[in-house]
Design a protein around this ligand. Structure first.
Ligand SMILES: [Zn+2]
Length: 230
């Protein structure tokens, strides 16, 4: 199987060509799986229950259905990650419920061997407690990382991966070793090549030099069984 690895690890846009990004969906809106369409190039997906959706889903009695849909989606070869899952103190659902749903998704990540893309707002202690409890073997990726350098160092020490989007603190970005760095466009309008240029500049390198490392990071995190993907 030959394909270009996606560099953009988390987007809500439709990428062109399709294989250049991992597109985020909820279990309720994931497009149907069609093996024939997966020829080349595939559209890579991540599927998860976002913390913002936990409260409304609970109210509507839909959480068990969403978790079942998620379990089904994870069996698909084009679904290469779980997410966004996470913990958000500004979301409507109580932290206890959010934690429960997050842990269920983290356990699914372990069972399927697929990495976890994490949305985190003001819940660092809760996330680290979950990490200590589960001791995950699959990568946990903090998406849209905007924290300071010290926080980046702490997360890296705990084994997390950090993904940077449109906004970041330059010192934090420079703190992350190249072999632990991921990029994403999320829902921002800035195209990936522009993002890559800015990130490379902030790290005093060039997109050409950064790109092979980013590809290899994506391979290690999202496509660990493919050794010769590009
Ligand atoms: Zn997102």
């Amino acid at each position: 199987m030959t394909a270009t690895l996606p560099i953009d690890i988390h987007t809500h846009h439709t990428p062109t060509p399709p294989a250049t990004a991992i597109v985020c969906h909820t279990p309720a809106d994931v497009p149907p799986y069609c093996p024939a369409r997966q020829a080349t190039p595939p559209t890579w997906l991540s599927v998860g229950i976002h913390p913002w959706d936990v409260g409304p889903a609970q109210k509507a009695g839909q959480l068990p259905r969403l978790l079942a849909l998620l379990a089904g989606a994870l069996a698909r070869p084009d679904v290469v990650a779980i997410g966004e899952a996470g913990l958000d103190k500004l979301a409507t659902a109580p932290m206890e419920l959010q934690t429960d749903v997050f842990l269920q998704q983290a356990r699914m990540a372990e069972e399927t061997g697929k990495p976890l893309v994490i949305h985190l707002v003001k819940a660092q202690a809760e996330l680290l407690a979950a990490h200590r409890m589960l001791r995950p073997t699959v990568p946990w990726i903090l998406h849209g990382f905007r924290g300071k350098a010290q926080l980046a160092t702490d997360y890296l020490r705990h084994g997390f991966w950090l993904s940077f989007g449109e906004h970041w603190q330059a010192e934090a970005l420079r703190t992350v070793p190249s072999d632990r760095l991921l990029l994403e466009t999320d829902d921002c309008p800035t195209p990936l090549p522009v993002l890559l240029q800015r990130v490379a500049q902030a790290r005093e390198t060039t997109p050409e030099r950064l790109l092979p490392t980013l590809r290899d990071n994506v391979r290690r995190v999202f496509f660990p069984s493919f050794c010769c993907y590009y």
